[in-house]
Design a protein around this ligand. Structure first.
Ligand code: NAD
Length: 251
């Protein structure tokens, strides 16, 4: 019950990693606000959690909607203690063919939205005397991938923004850390997985030999958000089955 009497906001909480984290936070006593664009899945997720949970329609790339999300969380549950900035989209395309609109959309949702969430939540955390932020980056923010230019840039931005947050707010008792998942079995990569042979090649590239389940990322997120991680801030934690431990040289 690490989150008893805590209020947790999870963006992208209708699916995948966010859904697994919302369940975990709630199971450990938190009041949880699930924020997403997918109203059907988001409302279903919140109602399956039951008491101490609500859904708030939020496009995280829209600053007024993110402000409304934090206001809704504070109105419903009295404040915000933990923010899991996790909503995100994938992107596919290399420069120069990548359309400008695709680049902007990925930067808006995968990077700018993390800033919007923190900007809206930090005053509420200050009012509670502290808080914890966990941002979902990616191993794609630590190194480059083929044809993931915008996503690579956005996730690298999330990583260094998290470090900056950690420094700026450490003395206020607000910690900020980033998780860098490797491949996780969620809908975001369904299209890629469906390509001929890709799933097998990815499995081969992961030292543990498989994709993560969303709960395996949520476990680390919950740890980072909890008081067990009280001396961790500005950390960037790969949860990647060993991918980034490998130089890439063949066996
Ligand atoms: P997912 O598609 O299951 O979940 C993403 C959720 O974000 C969805 O519910 C979607 O509706 C929501 N969302 C998308 N755009 C939104 C917006 N503008 N406003 C509000 N909600 C929005 O995928 P996931 O794998 O659980 O992804 C969660 C995070 O993990 C993302 O930031 C993603 O980049 C990151 N990530 C995923 C993987 C992976 O392999 N699955 C690897 C590394 C990082």
């Amino acid at each position: 019950m690490r989150f008893e009497n805590k209020v947790v906001v999870v963006t992208g909480g209708a699916s995948g990693i966010g859904l697994a984290a919302a369940r975990r936070f709630h199971a450990e006593g938190a009041s949880v606000v699930v924020a997403d664009l997918n109203d059907e899945a988001g409302a279903a997720a919140a109602s399956a959690l039951g008491d101490r949970a609500r859904y708030q329609h939020t496009d995280v790339s829209d600053w007024p909607q993110v402000q409304a999300l934090m206001t809704a969380a504070a109105d419903a549950f009295g404040g915000v203690d933990v923010l899991f900035n996790n909503a995100g989209i994938g992107s596919f395309g290399a420069t120069p063919d990548l359309p400008v609109e695709d680049w902007r959309r990925v930067i808006e949702i995968d990077l700018n939205a993390v800033f919007y969430g923190c900007k809206a939540a930090i005053p509420l955390m200050r009012a509670r005397g502290g808080g914890a932020i966990v941002n979902t980056a990616s191993i794609s923010g630590l190194a480059g991938d083929y044809s993931f230019a915008a996503y690579n840039a956005a996730k690298a931005g999330v990583i260094n923004y998290t470090r900056s947050l950690a420094i700026d707010h450490a003395r206020e008792g607000i910690r900020a850390n980033a998780v860098c998942p490797g491949p996780v079995d969620t809908p975001i990569i369904a299209g890629i997985k469906a390509m001929q042979g890709v799933r097998e090649r990815w499995d081969d590239a992961v030292p543990l030999g498989r994709f993560a389940q969303p709960e395996e990322i949520a476990n680390v997120v919950a740890f980072l958000a909890s008081d067990e991680a009280s001396y961790m801030t500005g950390a960037v934690i790969p949860v990647d089955g060993g991918v980034t431990a490998h130089t890439g040289q063949p066996n």
